[in-house]
Design a protein around this ligand. Structure first.
Ligand code: SAM
Ligand code: DTB
Ligand code: SF4
Length: 328
């Protein structure tokens, strides 16, 4: 089967993948995965919220928005040393990518941004991949992050263009795309994906994947989150997704963006381990590793190590210590 990179997928084509009999979908996704990614490997990525809560944006899914009832307690930007200690701990536990998130609408030049640049330099000095997610970003700010050594900038499209307005009113889908352009032009790799389970239709999910696959090049990293339904947010009472929907979403992302790292992201605490393994089998390259995501919980590191062991998976070694993940 040809896996030439395509930027012109249609919603109907995506949907045709998604709706395949499950085993056919898995077979196809697995074949594409095996062509482009090392087998039996999982990357462990650790998240840290470096600036928590008090966010002026009204994203319906997010517990850190100050628009919502049960917003998490706002905290000041963490100190550099504390962040680097957390990164060193994550590395000691086996993480190779350290992702730092800030509950900001956008980056503002000044001491806080300077401190974040220091965090990026420090994480790079530890020999880890560094990723940050700080909200909207100008081209100049992206260039400064690139200069500090940042590997990846996470900025999710989160859902389809149409459904976006029902989820966030304080910014537009086009503003998301503009930040992604600024990131791309700086040479930093793009990490962009979304969330399922926010009341969107299957076609909205497909439309989001189509938007991501239109980006040239494809985002190097595509996180797929299942909504963490946090009390006090407008989406708290939505029903949980069927775990197989996450499997299908990951398989479809794998087929549409064969070379991208698809990341099984938030929502694993509600996922039976067999479903998590199906996601990895279907093409997910990584999991978040550590007891906490940004503000919500994640499976414990011990549970994840047990899962990895039970499945005979191999955590990705730090960069430089293994061959580039080439096709097998
Ligand atoms: N403030 C920045 C922004 O919105 O771009 C960066 C931090 S924000 C918390 C990063 C991403 O976390 C969001 O784009 C969304 O995909 C994800 N996220 C936030 N709350 C979530 C939830 N309850 N469940 C799943 N994913 C969530
Ligand atoms: C992404 O796509 N998922 C991560 C990361 N990028 C920054 C964030 C998940 C947040 C889940 C809700 C929370 O813990 O606050
Ligand atoms: Fe703020 Fe980001 Fe949460 Fe939206 S997703 S409320 S921008 S922290």
């Amino acid at each position: 089967m040809s896996t030439a990179l395509r930027h012109d997928w249609t919603i109907a084509e995506a949907r045709a993948f998604y709706d395949l009999p499950l085993f056919d979908l898995l077979d196809r996704a697995r074949a594409v995965h095996a062509q482009h990614h090392p087998k039996n490997t999982v990357q462990l990525c650790t998240l840290l919220s470096v600036k928590t809560g008090g966010c002026p944006e009204d994203c319906a899914y997010c517990p850190q928005s100050s628009h919502h009832e049960a917003a998490v307690k706002p905290e000041a930007l963490l100190q550099l040393d504390d962040v680097l200690e957390a990164a060193a701990r994550a590395k000691a536990h086996g993480a190779t990518r350290f992702c730092m998130g800030a509950a900001w609408r956008e980056v503002k030049d000044g001491p806080a941004f300077e401190r974040v640049l220091g965090m990026v330099r420090g994480v790079k000095a530890l020999g880890m991949e560094a990723c940050v997610t700080l909200g909207m970003l100008t081209e100049e700010q992206a260039a400064r992050l690139a200069e500090a050594g940042l590997d990846a900038y996470n900025h999710n499209l989160d859902t389809s263009r149409d459904y976006y307005k029902s989820i966030v009113t304080t910014r537009t889908f086009d503003q998301r795309l503009e930040t992604l352009r600024n990131v791309r032009s700086s040479g930093i790799t793009v990490c962009s994906g979304g969330i399922i389970g926010m009341g969107e239709s299957i076609d909205d999910r497909m439309a989001m994947l189509v938007e991501l696959s239109r980006l040239r090049p494809h985002p190097e990293s595509v996180p797929i989150n299942a909504l963490v339904r946090v009390a006090g947010t407008p989406l708290e009472a939505l029903p949980p997704i069927d775990p197989l929907e996450l499997v299908r979403m990951i398989a479809t992302a794998r087929l549409m963006m064969p070379q991208s790292k698809v990341r099984l992201s938030a929502g694993r605490t509600d996922l039976p381990r067999e479903a998590q393994l199906m996601c990895l089998y279907a093409g997910a390259n990584s999991i978040f590793y550590g007891d906490k995501l940004l503000t919500t919980s994640n499976p414990t590191a011990n549970d994840d190590l047990a899962l990895i062991e039970a499945a005979g998976l191999i955590p990705l070694e730090p960069a430089g210590q293994q061959a580039h993940p080439a096709a097998e």
